[in-house]
Design a protein around this ligand. Structure first.
Ligand code: CA
Length: 530
């Protein structure tokens, strides 16, 4: 089994390094395991107390729990956002995201999984995809052997018990069968598209897919697959209706405006309702295939559809945050802006920019390091920035804390990978409570980052420039892991190896401990395999 291979590889690595006598576990690794089934955390008792006081004072002032808003862009690159080295310099200004970064916390070591479904499921369960079975994007014709949600406890389900209304607007991409839809798994309301843009638009895009669209026999067979191309409006325990459908590339280009308008209107209603809410707004853009919204064509300096998409998403982000402000919600709302994985370079030039090695589909930094902006005027100090590690799964733990939910209330028969990062995100001098980020590719364990070091035991190597998904190989590394120092080599090109770094064995021990969690809590297979 692959996991056993993973475990034995790490044992070999640790054994190899132990011979040099460099074992530093316990000093370099600051984290402590406080429960068998939770990711170890770096103890910060002062931070914990201070943030608890801060939230208690806020609750006293506001009289209710804070709202939680996640704005998730699809496939946006680290280097697309102005404050992350992109913006006007790469032909698509991002004034809204730049302003929110300036007025909030800009995370520079924020990590996603390397593709869509894994990230989207991980942030709603606080668990790695290999544990939930949602190891890769669900594609047309995929046969899933069991509903992964049948025994997962989603964040909106937990928040409902804490008095929250939950909505998901936009892209879902975690299954469109009954029982797997957002409003089946805890969200009170869903308004969006189940699949990614390309999955929807290919049936109407004869320029890119003539062999599908023009060939009537193939088109009929494709329609049999039943991939939804409708804008769906669904309610928990209620009706699910198709509002409209994508019948042209122009419709696809306009989709994000339709979704943003829904969210803007909804924010007004949520403000009137008065209940705390969790809103996850997931943009369709900037996942390939991008079509400029015909009403905003040429919005970016670049004029390329991808760049216009970045500029449009940035505009909607600005409008959504303004709506929160206009409706008096901003001072009691935690806002987080991010992307679900790195840019899809296979789709270039319909792909984003990352300064790092690799892209979507790889566990090099280009695939997994993404922008992460936390914004909450009056609570998060403006101008903060941190290179402490943050895994998007930590949004789950942070949401629990904000909602006043103890992790002890979660089912104890499974392992949780999230870390509560409330104190890191909200305190002026908050530090990350996470010591390690683990990188997986399907059911293959790939790499681990601790502090500025990242050790790879497997790598994805493209066989042609930029082809990280369609023409790439997954390969074992050699005798020693590929160890990089991301401070002196953010592009992961020059290994510091086992000779020029003291921490190889410590990272090896961390990976081994991570692998050991799967013995008592085995991974779930829902047929996506890999
Ligand atoms: Ca994605």
């Amino acid at each position: 089994m692959k996991l056993i291979r993973f475990a034995s590889l790490v044992v070999i690595v640790v054994g190899l390094c132990a011979t040099s006598g460099t074992v530093f576990a316990g000093s370099f690794d600051r984290s402590v395991r406080t429960a068998e089934n939770f990711e170890p955390t770096i103890p910060h008792p002062d931070q914990d107390q201070e943030v608890a006081r801060k939230l208690a004072n806020l609750a006293k002032k506001m009289g209710k729990k804070p709202n939680i808003v996640w704005l998730v862009v699809d496939d946006m690159g680290y280097g697309d956002v102005g404050r992350y080295g992109g913006g006007i310099g790469v032909g698509a200004a991002t004034p809204s995201m730049d302003r929110l970064a300036d007025e909030g916390l800009r995370l520079t070591s924020c990590y996603a999984q390397q593709t869509c479904t894994p990230t989207r499921s991980a942030i709603l369960t606080g668990r790695l995809p290999v544990r939930t079975g949602l190891t890769r994007p669900i594609l047309a014709g995929d046969k899933i052997t069991e509903n992964p949600w049948a025994d997962e406890v989603s964040l909106p389900t937990i928040l409902a018990d804490a008095g929250y209304t939950s909505l998901l607007v936009g892209k879902w991409h975690i299954g469109e069968a009954e029982g797997m839809r957002p409003h089946d798994v805890g969200f009170d309301e869903y308004y969006g598209f189940y699949a990614a843009q390309k999955e929807i638009s290919q049936r109407v895009d004869k320029r890119r897919y003539p062999d599908l669209v023009i060939d009537q026999e193939k088109f009929a067979a494709f329609e049999e697959l039943g991939i939804g191309h409708s804008l769906v409006h669904g309610f928990k325990n209620g009706k699910t209706k198709n509002v409209s459908s994508i019948e042209s590339t122009e419709d696809m280009g306009r989709a994000d405006k339709v979704l943003a308008d829904f969210t803007l209107d909804k924010i007004k209603k949520l403000a009137k309702d008065g209940k705390p809410f969790f809103l996850e707004h997931c943009f369709m853009k900037v996942h390939a295939d991008n079509f400029a919204n015909p009403d905003f064509e040429g919005l970016s300096a670049s004029k390329y559809p991808y760049k216009d998409a970045v500029a449009e998403v940035d505009m909607h982000i600005g409008n959504i945050v303004k709506a929160l402000e206009d409706n008096g919600l901003l001072e009691n709302t935690f806002v987080f802006i991010t992307s679900d994985n790195g840019p899809q370079m296979d789709a270039w030039p319909d792909g984003g920019y990352t300064p790092f090695r690799g892209a979507k589909g790889t566990t090099f930094e280009g695939g997994v390091r993404i922008p992460g902006i936390a914004y909450w005027p009056g609570v998060i100090a403006p101008g903060r920035e941190s290179d402490d590690v943050f895994d998007l799964m930590d949004l789950f733990g942070t949401a629990l804390n904000l909602a006043g939910v103890s992790r002890e209330t979660l089912p104890d028969d499974r392992y949780y990978d999230f870390v509560d990062q409330t104190s890191f995100l909200l305190l002026d001098k908050g530090r990350s409570n996470r010591e390690a980020v683990y990188f997986w590719w399907g059911s293959e364990f790939m790499a681990c980052r601790m502090r500025e070091y990242k050790s790879h035991v497997k790598v994805i190597l493209p066989q042609a420039p930029h082809m990280y998904i369609d023409l790439a190989l997954i390969q074992d590394v050699g005798l020693a892991p590929w160890l990089f120092n991301l401070y002196i080599d953010p592009k992961e090109e020059m290994t510091v190896g086992h000779r020029r770094n003291a921490w190889l064995a410590t990272l090896g021990a961390k990976m081994k401990a991570h692998g050991a969690t799967f013995k008592k809590y085995p991974p779930k297979d829902i047929g996506l395999g890999m």
